[in-house]
Design a protein around this ligand. Structure first.
Ligand code: FES
Length: 310
C-alpha cells in the first residue's frame, strides 16, 4: 500500500469477508522511519494495534485487513503511555489525517534518530508551544473590549431564543448547526456569548430518529419533556465526555467528536468512544408559522446522568 493515503478516524475496520472488527481510533507514525507503521482499532472496549502490513486497503469509508477476528484480538494492546500524541499538521506531506483527530507517533528513539535531530525536534515543539501561547494571549485582548461593549447593548429577554429559522426551511434528516447570540448572566455581569445548537428535522414522525436517545433512556427533565416536538430534535453542541464539539460527517452520517472520538448517530445516540451518555437534547418550541425557539442549557460533563448546571 502506498503512503499517499487519507486516514479517516472513526471509519469501520473490516475483515476480508466484510466482518466489522471495530473503528479506527488512532494512526501510529514512526518519526524516525517517517512513515505510518500501524493503526489502532477500537474493538468493543479494547484498543489493538494492527500493523500496516496487515492492512490491505484504506478508502474514505472503510479499512480492510487480512486479519481474522481472533488474530485481531491477539494483536498487541495499545498502551497510550508508550506513545506521544501529536496534531495532524505534524505529519509530513503524503500522510493525510482527517477529522482533526489526535494521531500518535512512536516515542523518539534517540539511538535510531541521532541526538542532534532528536534535540532539534524537541526545540521545534517547544517553540511551537511558546508561539501558540503568545498568539492566545494577544487574541484575548481584542474580544475582551468587544464583550464589554456588547454586554451593555444586548437586551436580556427570557431564556427562549428565537433562532431566526423556520422548520420548513431545514433539510430533512440532515443536521444543521445554527449559531446564535446569547447573554450569560453571572451576578452583575452580562456577557454576550456566541453559541450554537444542532437542528435535526425528521422526515417521519415515527422513524427511529424522531425520538431522541435522551427520551428513550428517560434522561430528560420535565422541561425537555414538555418542550419537545417529534418533527425536530435540538442537540447541544457540547460533547458530554469532556466538552469538545462533535462534528457532523455527512458521508458517514455520524457525529464524531474530534477530541476522543466519541461517535453518535443522527438522534444523538452514542455508538462509540468514551462519552458516558448521548448528546444532550434541548427544549424546543415551534410556532404556527414554523419559527424555532430553543432554551440553551448546559449540563455536567463526564457523568452518565444529565444534570443541568445552574
Ligand atoms: S470530549 Fe468528546 S469524546 Fe472526549
Amino acid at each position: 500500500m502506498g503512503e499517499e493515503v487519507t486516514y479517516r478516524v472513526g471509519i469501520p475496520v473490516l475483515g476480508l469477508r466484510g466482518e466489522n472488527f471495530g473503528r479506527l481510533e488512532k494512526v501510529l507514525f514512526s518519526e524516525s522511519r517517517h512513515h505510518v507503521t500501524g493503526l489502532v482499532v477500537r474493538s468493543l472496549d479494547s484498543l489493538h494495534i494492527v500493523s500496516l502490513e496487515k492492512v490491505t486497503s484504506v478508502s474514505g469509508t472503510e479499512i480492510r485487513t487480512r486479519l481474522t477476528a481472533q488474530e485481531l484480538h491477539q494483536s498487541p494492546a495499545f498502551d497510550p503511555t508508550q506513545y506521544e500524541e501529536v496534531p495532524p499538521w505534524f505529519f509530513p506531506p503524503g500522510h493525510h489525517i482527517e477529522l482533526g483527530a489526535l494521531v500518535t507517533i512512536k516515542p523518539l528513539d534517540v539511538r535510531e534518530l541521532g541526538e542532534s535531530e532528536a534535540l532539534s525536534r524537541r526545540t521545534f515543539m517547544g517553540k511551537s508551544v511558546a508561539l501558540l501561547a503568545t498568539a492566545i494571549g494577544v487574541s484575548l485582548l481584542v474580544p475582551i473590549g468587544g464583550y464589554i461593549m456588547a454586554a451593555a447593548t444586548t437586551p436580556v429577554t427570557d431564556n427562549w431564543r428565537d433562532l431566526g429559522v423556520k422548520l420548513q426551511d431545514l433539510p430533512l434528516d440532515e443536521p444543521v448547526q445554527k449559531p446564535f447570540r446569547a447573554v450569560s448572566v453571572s451576578g452583575w455581569m452580562r456577557v454576550p456569548e456566541e453559541r450554537s445548537v444542532w437542528l435535526i428535522r425528521h422526515s417521519g414522525v415515527s422513524d427511529i430518529w424522531s425520538e431522541s436517545e435522551d427520551e428513550k433512556l428517560n434522561l430528560d427533565s420535565p422541561l425537555e419533556k414538555s418542550h419537545s416536538d417529534p418533527r425536530l430534535t435540538v442537540l447541544s453542541p457540547v460533547c458530554p465526555h469532556l466538552g469538545c464539539e462533535p462534528q457532523w460527517h455527512k458521508g458517514q452520517k455520524l457525529f464524531i467528536c474530534p477530541c476522543h472520538h466519541s461517535i453518535y448517530q443522527l438522534n444523538g445516540k452514542r455508538i462509540g468512544g468514551p462519552a458516558p451518555r448521548p448528546m444532550d437534547q434541548l427544549p424546543v418550541r415551534i410556532a404556527p408559522d414554523g419559527s424555532i425557539s430553543v432554551i440553551y442549557e448546559q449540563f455536567a460533563i463526564g457523568i452518565a446522568a444529565k444534570v443541568r448546571l445552574a
